[in-house]
Design a protein around this ligand. Structure first.
Ligand SMILES: [Zn+2]
Length: 678
């Protein structure tokens, strides 16, 4: 296997992985070699006869594991965005091995002693980024259990391995059950209300599954399914809604209930081993929030007003439904759309011809970035992604300096998990001499061949959001890979991406991209105004479903050690009831059995992060508005003080340097209609 493409540094531009030559058979040997190489590198550091120095210990650790890094970046992106049974089998095998590998490093006492000795030394000669790296590394060892006794460490290793296996199973089950729960419709008249291209997409989805002649409504994350807003057939709405919220809880071989409960139990046990009362306390110690108490305080400021708004919205919807029918969860979107249309005279479906993917990308997302940061984009059709649908763009700075590569993988596939996200293939680091290679994944329904991809406004916003993460990666200007780009606290990482959403509705940006895909005429000003006004509607629903998921996440992870929950849905119902967010008509944004963020992602005890980051976001939007908006110098200030610094400084210090003040919560309350004003 000398020709395994992971064994050497890619010679493609920016070290783009050589996707064309990568085969499934390369992953196992590359993981094996990557881990054994890093073990040898770490062993050399731990047994170095010289006294520990920053260079021979901390920097040496930063440099270690590059083969592993290369294969892991490619593999885990693929496991999310183009999984196959073979990839899933490899993941099942490799995940616990990686957990054990990470433990072998972080539970190594010899390494820990060297790092501790350096921490106790005089560190004043180190530059600030290096000093922070040392501090963070020491903390990482402590939090991983390096200071524990042998028996406790052995148990910790077992827990970590089991958790990583369970997490992979959760992910694979969710993908399988999501596909199995797709709603098959035989009678096309039942699809009344869907747009022509949504019907075409449903026919395509059916034919992809060998169900020609029928229609398949595929499920997306989160709970609420977009088609519910337009399907007039109430029975079909109910089927679709139930299929969505019962995902992963169907009592079949893909059921995630017991897996989630077991993961919660193990996380609580691990927290106890490390000296914390529960997993949430352990996780939140290492965040900008600091503690579950701080998160609960913040959520408590929002919950009563959000639920009151949701109830007021429900009352208006019930009016629209009429007396004969009781408003149910599967009616919410449908009538909400009607009320919104009547109130603001706006029809989401009529806007879609103005949101064509290519225009939104080039004349919206890229355009805003060019205006703010001076960057330009060139599509590199000579470079390949990991799937034929992946697009590759080279990004240049204002003076023509090459910055990095941006990959876009926009369409939904059965092999792709739900949601939208950003991944990194190559981290920017001046130590390693690497420039960033990042990818955005979305789940836009693929239009039939030859047809344009027309987006909903939500999808437009998602495109801007994910690109905000990409900018965070692309603008990274740090020394150490540990601090590169989006490697910041979880409750800070959504901040730059949320800020980038503001440009989707900025008049100059909107005017530039929102043009009819056929004739190119701009979205009429009147429609723009209505679109912006109409966003006031539905904040009660949106905030409540989000808060419910956040509070559910916290409830699971505040479980004390030694408890095991047998009745997952009962636990969930009780938790929502206790938190004051149990509304029959508004399920949480994620229910336990498909809550991928917390059981198959890094967001356990962290789903609150989105609204926590949104405080910073709303305050930042105010800053841009106070300072003239879409201006090159504003972009530059944001980039220099914040985006370029990754995790190399304390994020709240960076924020204060950017804003010149502490963040205020008022702009968020105002935005979400929670400030008591009309
Ligand atoms: Zn995000």
């Amino acid at each position: 296997m000398a020709d395994n493409p992971f064994f050497t540094v890619s010679d493609l531009p920016y070290q783009l992985p050589p996707f064309e030559t990568i085969e499934d058979a390369h992953y196992r040997p590359a993981f094996e070699r990557g881990m054994s190489e890093q073990r040898a590198e770490v062993e050399a550091i731990a047994t170095n006869p010289d006294p520990p120095t920053f260079e021979n210990t901390v920097v040496a650790l930063e440099r270690s594991g590059q083969t592993l890094q290369r294969v892991a970046a490619v593999f885990f992106n693929l496991a999310s965005s183009d999984a196959s049974p073979e990839i899933q089998a490899i993941q099942q095998e490799v995940s616990p091995a990686l957990a054990a590998h990470s433990d072998a490093i972080h539970l190594d006492r010899r390494l820990f002693e060297r790092v501790t000795a350096l921490t106790n030394d005089d560190t004043s000669a180190l530059d600030p980024e290096s000093r922070r790296l040392l501090e963070r590394l020491h903390l990482r060892f402590v939090r991983a259990g390096a200071a524990l006794g042998d028996e406790q460490q052995a148990r910790l290793r077992e827990i970590n391995e089991e958790l990583s296996t369970l997490s992979t199973r959760f992910q694979n089950n969710l993908l399988a059950d999501t596909n199995a729960s797709a709603v098959v419709v035989d009678d096309p008249s039942q699809l009344d209300g869907l747009s022509d291209d949504a019907v075409a997409a449903a026919a395509q989805a059916a034919s992809d599954r060998g169900l020609d002649g029928t229609y398949v409504l595929t499920l997306v994350l989160p709970s609420n399914q977009p088609a519910l807003a337009s399907l007039t057939d109430r029975d079909l709405r109910e089927r679709l809604h139930r299929a969505s919220v019962e995902r992963g809880a169907n009592g079949n071989e893909h059921d995630n209930g017991e897996i989630a409960a077991r993961m919660v139990t193990l996380r609580a046990e691990r927290a106890a081993l490390l000296g914390y009362p529960d997993h949430a306390t352990y996780v939140l110690e290492d965040s900008t929030a600091g503690s579950p108490g701080a998160v609960h305080d913040m959520l408590a400021r929002l919950t009563p007003a959000a639920v009151a708004n949701a109830r007021a919205e429900a009352a208006r919807l019930q009016e629209a439904v009429g007396d004969e029918i009781e408003l149910r969860a599967w009616d919410w979107s449908f009538y909400s759309e009607q009320v919104q249309r009547a109130t603001y005279d706006i029809d989401g479906a009529q806007l879609r011809p103005y949101f064509e993917l290519e225009r939104v990308l080039r004349d919206g997302v890229f355009y805003a970035a060019s205006r703010l940061y001076g960057v330009t984009f060139t599509e590199r059709t000579d470079l390949s992604g990991y799937h034929p649908e992946v697009r590759v763009f080279e990004v240049f700075d204002e003076d023509g300096t090459p910055l990095g590569l941006f990959l876009g993988d926009f369409f939904t596939r059965d092999s792709k998990r739900g949601g939208a996200w950003m991944n990194t293939f190559v981290d920017q680091s001046t130590l390693l001499g690497t420039k960033p290679v990042v990818v955005n994944n979305l789940n836009i329904p693929r239009p039939p061949d030859g047809e344009p991809a027309l987006l909903t406004f939500d999808e437009v916003r998602t495109l801007f959001h994910e690109f905000g993460h990409s900018l965070h990666g692309l603008f990274s200007d740090v020394t150490y890979p540990t601090f590169s780009g989006t490697s910041v606290f979880r409750d800070f990482v959504e901040f730059p991406s949320q800020v980038n959403e503001m440009w989707a509705v900025h008049p100059e940006v909107l005017e530039n991209y929102a043009r009819h895909y056929r004739a190119g005429e701009p979205l009429p000003q009147e429609q723009v105004r209505r679109l912006l006004d109409s966003r006031e509607w539905g904040q009660g629903f949106k905030t409540t479903e989000y808060l419910a998921a956040s509070l559910l996440d916290l409830a699971w992870h505040e479980t004390a050690n030694g408890q095991h929950v047998d009745d997952v849905s009962g636990f969930e119902a009780a938790a929502l009831q206790r938190a004051g967010v149990a509304l029959d008509t508004i399920p949480p944004r994620y229910r336990t059995t498909y809550f991928a963020h917390i059981f198959d992602g890094d967001y356990s005890a962290g789903y609150y992060s989105y609204i926590w980051s949104e405080v910073l976001d709303a305050d930042t939007v105010e800053w841009f508005e106070e300072n003239g908006g879409l201006l090159r110098e504003n972009g530059e200030h944001f980039r220099r003080t914040l985006l370029s610094r990754g995790g190399s400084v304390d994020p709240m210090v960076a924020f204060r340097e950017f804003r010149g003040a502490q963040p205020r919560i008022e702009p968020l309350l105002k935005r979400r209609g929670l400030d008591g004003a009309d």
